[in-house]
Design a protein around this ligand. Structure first.
Ligand code: G
Ligand code: G
Ligand code: MN
Ligand code: NA
Length: 257
């Protein structure tokens, strides 16, 4: 309850910020995107993880202004970097259950893109598989509305939810994000290696791109490269960065081959 009342003032008090975790194209090693990760530095509580406050934001309806704030801030920032001539990246924004369930997500997204001037192909939304399975018909409709705008769509934490493979082909998605739990032991646990290989191969057969999250070691990257996973994200390349550090990284990245 205390957390809720503090969270209520987080936007006005400028306690929210966005961190950016680079996403790498495995064949070239280039930064091609970033995931926007919300941070809350509360005056009263200090740093609070989104794992703690997103569920409360969902219960209280605060997710609506907070989710809109993250989307706008991430789009604004990436548009600014683009205008500064930094290498173009795509920004991936996490969408919560309540945001996805709302009828008007496509309208919000169009509004924010118009206001910030970010080209639509630079935006990706991350949705978890459970959000799709609660109401498959509704989800297909919502995804089509977003897809019609030209937004890129990714399924986050893939492999941990209860998505039915038979439904996967009905969703107009672009990318699967292999959950970090499979990547952690991908080189040591044969079952995790098998699941990872199966996800990559299925995704490719469905015409989807694959990104692996939670890559922390060179050996994991090598496994992914050998199995033709296109993209990766994780501490091995970079932790989530504050905006100025992400900007510096993009600047230094500019001239490299
Ligand atoms: O960065 P990491 O600890 O910090 O994020 C923890 C969890 O919070 C992850 O599951 C991530 O998807 C989620 N998360 C981070 N930022 C956002 C956000 O802006 N919106 C939503 N809905 N979830 C987020
Ligand atoms: O659920 P989602 O995939 O949106 O969450 C991303 C979360 O994973 C964030 O909390 C982010 O900080 C964390 N993360 C990103 N890269 C790594 C990594 O290499 N190792 C670990 N342990 N966590 C990571
Ligand atoms: Mn995510
Ligand atoms: Na994830």
């Amino acid at each position: 309850l205390e957390l809720e009342s503090f969270l209520r003032h987080a936007i006005d008090n400028k306690e929210l910020s966005v961190n950016y975790q680079p996403q790498i194209d495995i064949p070239t090693g280039r930064i091609i995107g970033a995931e926007a990760l919300l941070r809350w530095n509360s005056a009263e509580l200090g740093m609070v993880s989104p794992v703690e406050f997103i569920p409360i934001a969902e219960e209280t309806g605060l997710i609506s202004p907070i989710g809109e704030w993250v989307l706008r801030e991430a789009c604004r920032q990436v548009k600014e970097w683009r205008d500064d001539g930094l290498p173009e990246i795509q920004i991936a924004v996490n969408i919560s259950v309540q945001q996805f369930a709302k009828q008007s997500l496509d309208k919000l997204v169009s509004k924010v893109l118009l206001e910030t001037g970010l080209p639509v192909h630079c935006l990706e939304l991350e949705i978890t598989e459970n959000m799709l399975m609660d109401d498959v018909e509704g989800a297909v409709e919502t995804l089509h509305k977003l897809k019609d705008l030209g937004i890129n769509l990714a399924i986050d934490d893939f492999g941990t939810g209860y998505s039915s493979l038979s439904y996967l082909k009905r969703f107009p998605i672009d990318k699967l994000k292999i959950d970090r739990s499979f990547i952690t032991y991908v080189t040591t646990e044969p079952s995790d290696a098998a699941v990872t290989q199966a996800i990559i191969s299925m995704a490719h057969n469905l015409g989807l791109t694959v990104i692996a999250e939670g890559v922390e070691e060179a050996s994991q990257l090598e496994f992914l490269r050998q199995h033709h996973c296109e993209e990766m994200q994780g501490y091995y390349f970079s932790r989530p960065l504050i905006a100025s550090d992400m900007e510096a990284l993009l600047r230094s990245h500019k001239g490299s081959p």
